[in-house]
Design a protein around this ligand. Structure first.
Ligand code: FMN
Length: 247
């Protein structure tokens, strides 16, 4: 039986600066979350939402790095035992900012990220969160050294103003999807548990020079909505099955 509770759990995180009504990535993650919650049905669900724009995660500091190094020198320390290594108020502050974020990730079965492209990569707000959850050893099983992310589903919903597909002028300049794929792969998430939905050309209706791209932008919008809906239904069905087998 899975070590987590039988009730499926979704951690939903949005990283873009724009509010819900103006954000493509937020609309798509909301679509996923609504569908997933509805389809969990009788299995019930737990749901946690974090808005990295409304509640920014503080950047890591020298105190965070120092604490991380102290922990690293002891091998893989269970996240529950880091509190025993805190020496002063600065350590306590850093751990207070970090521990709840790690706990939220570890408690989730599905991690849903809404990620706009900013300057060819991900928003700084998301990087600040990634730095915190990546505290040394925090995502590892101290007994086996295995990744504690390996059984989770990671759903990354990306939005970007331009196009980065084959033949696009910016082909090869996408440091958003490859970065996140690299990060989660490096953290032990198997490829089949890592899901990306990418909506491109979101600025086609605002930027006059992009007007000829509107048909492609509309097709990308439709495809992204379909992918998000289908994926939410599929993952919820798996959660329902897992919950049934866990009882
Ligand atoms: C600060 C900033 C930087 C951006 N940089 C890029 C970029 O490098 N490439 C791109 O295609 N779009 C870029 N965009 C456009 C956004 O990716 C696009 O508007 C996307 O839809 C934003 O996601 P959202 O709708 O969820 O807010 C940028 C937007 C902002 C605000």
């Amino acid at each position: 039986m899975d070590h987590r509770a039988a009730t499926p759990s979704l951690l939903h995180i949005d990283a873009g600066a724009s509010p819900a009504g103006e954000s493509v990535s937020r609309r798509l993650t909301a679509l996923f979350a609504d569908r997933w919650r509805r389809d969990c049905g009788s299995a019930g669900h737990r749901y946690r939402y974090r808005d990295l724009a409304a509640e920014p995660v503080p950047l890591v500091t020298a105190d965070y790095v120092r604490l991380g190094h102290r922990v690293e020198r002891r091998g893989t320390v269970p996240v529950e035992q880091v509190a025993g290594l805190l020496r002063n108020a600065a350590d306590r502050r850093e751990w207070q900012l970090t521990r709840p974020l790690v706990a939220e990730v570890l408690a989730a079965d599905v991690l849903l990220l809404g990620v706009p492209m900013y300057n060819l990569t991900v928003p700084a707000a998301l990087l600040a969160w990634i730095d915190r959850i990546s505290f040394p050893g925090a995502l590892l099983d101290p007994g086996t050294g295995a990744s504690r992310l390996r059984d989770k589903r990671i759903v990354v919903v990306c939005a970007r103003g331009g196009g980065y597909g084959p033949g696009a002028p910016r082909e090869g300049l996408d440091f958003q999807v490859p970065y996140l794929r690299g990060y989660f792969t490096d953290r032990g998430v198997p490829a089949e548990r890592l899901h990306f939905v990418t909506r491109e050309l979101t600025r086609a209706w605002d930027v006059p020079a992009m007007a000829p791209l509107r048909p492609r932008a509309a097709a990308s919008a439709t495809a992204a909505r379909q992918s998000v809906t289908e994926l939410a239904g599929r993952l919820a069905a798996r959660q329902r099955d897992a919950a049934r087998h866990a009882v």
